[in-house]
Design a protein around this ligand. Structure first.
Ligand code: SF4
Ligand code: SF4
Length: 97
């Protein structure tokens, strides 16, 4: 899979056309952020809000339950933590990298 973020401007396709659909896996967006989410399994109620709202499909799920975070693709946007409904403590908190 071609990594567009490694291409120089003269190697990009005309008008930045995406020639290969489904290429998000090739973007290692995990290096972009200054914060990262920390998953607290003991608090999670598996409502899946974080999975629905994550723009990078970085919430890892097995058998319908959240099991962790894909830090290679999570860019630390904090949406999962904001949307997590558990109180008084959230099942996903943010920490500085
Ligand atoms: S939003 Fe919070 S409680 Fe819901 S599945 Fe994600 S981590 Fe668990
Ligand atoms: S911080 Fe953003 S990118 Fe990372 S898991 Fe949460 S919603 Fe997804």
């Amino acid at each position: 899979m071609k990594k567009y973020f490694e291409a120089t401007y003269d190697k990009l396709p005309l008008a930045g056309v995406i020639e290969e659909a489904g290429n998000a896996q090739g973007y290692e967006t995990g290096s972009w952020g200054t914060f990262r989410p920390v998953f607290h399994e003991e608090i999670c109620i598996h409502c899946m809000f974080c999975w629905v709202y994550c723009p990078d499909t970085a919430i890892q799920v097995e058998d319908g339950k959240v099991v962790g975070i894909d830090y290679v693709h999570c860019k630390g946007c904090e949406i999962c933590s904001v949307e997590c409904p558990t109180k008084p403590e959230k099942a996903i908190t943010m920490e500085k990298k």
